[in-house]
Design a protein around this ligand. Structure first.
Ligand SMILES: N[C@@H](CCC(=O)N[C@@H](CS)C(=O)NCC(=O)O)C(=O)O
Length: 204
């Protein structure tokens, strides 16, 4: 069976789990504790040289990393990745935004608070990440004020990529409640068929 190496509390890993659940693709979840260095062992690095999760291993031995690359692979040929060439590029546009602008601030603030327990020596960086995170959420708000979803008026993997850390942004002390369009969109993602909560046990 397909193996997914991940951490149930990681947003990047949650993206993969949410998509596999929504597409009803069976998989085995293999927990990896990054704080214990389990993604940096010689065995893990031999399989996945970048030493990060999520990482997937197919039955035939092929492997894939980078959450958004994994989403693109599994969503290909499904309604969650548009066939139209321009819309596909728009999906990538938002996924690159997520990785370059959104995740480094929103996920990083959450990591400092939730995983590192907000040590005083990280406070300056935390405040910077919170400010940057709010700017990223404001970009989403501007788009979602006039659009129901990120691409093509329907739910795609661009929504999954951006939802993962946005819906838990408060865990990094980023308050998204003033952003009404983002809040409405979060409710719309939660209402999607076969939605699962982050951190929940795997069902397949
Ligand atoms: N760009 C990567 C980021 C993956 C990433 O940052 N993974 C974190 C957990 S969320 C990790 O493995 N950290 C452990 C480490 O870097 O040693 C993706 O989207 O998959």
């Amino acid at each position: 069976m397909l193996k997914v190496f991940g951490d149930h509390n990681s947003g990047n890993c949650f993206k993969v789990r949410l998509l596999l659940e929504q597409l009803a693709i069976p998989y085995t979840w293999i927990p990896v504790d990054i704080l214990k260095g389990e993604s940096r062992t010689p065995e893990f690095l031999a399989k996945f040289p970048n030493g990060q999760i999520p990482a997937v291993e197919f039955v035939d031995g092929r492997r894939l990393t980078e959450s958004n690359a994994i989403l693109n692979y599994f969503a290909d040929g499904t309604p969650l990745l548009p066939e139209d060439r321009f819309e596909r590029a728009q999906v990538l546009q938002w996924m690159f935004f997520e990785q370059y602008t959104h995740e480094p601030s929103v996920a990083s603030a959450r990591y400092i608070v939730r995983y590192l327990k907000r040590p005083p020596e990280h406070e300056k960086v935390l405040q910077k990440r919170i400010a940057e995170g709010l700017e990223a959420i404001a970009v989403m708000e501007r788009h979602l004020t006039n659009n129901q979803y990120f691409v093509g008026s329907r739910y795609t993997i661009a929504d999954i990529a951006l939802y993962a850390y946005t819906h838990v942004a408060h865990e990094g002390l980023i308050d998204i409640s003033p952003f009404s369009a983002v809040s409405r969109w979060i409710a719309a993602v939660k209402a999607q068929p076969r939605y699962v909560e982050m951190g929940a046990a795997q069902s397949s």
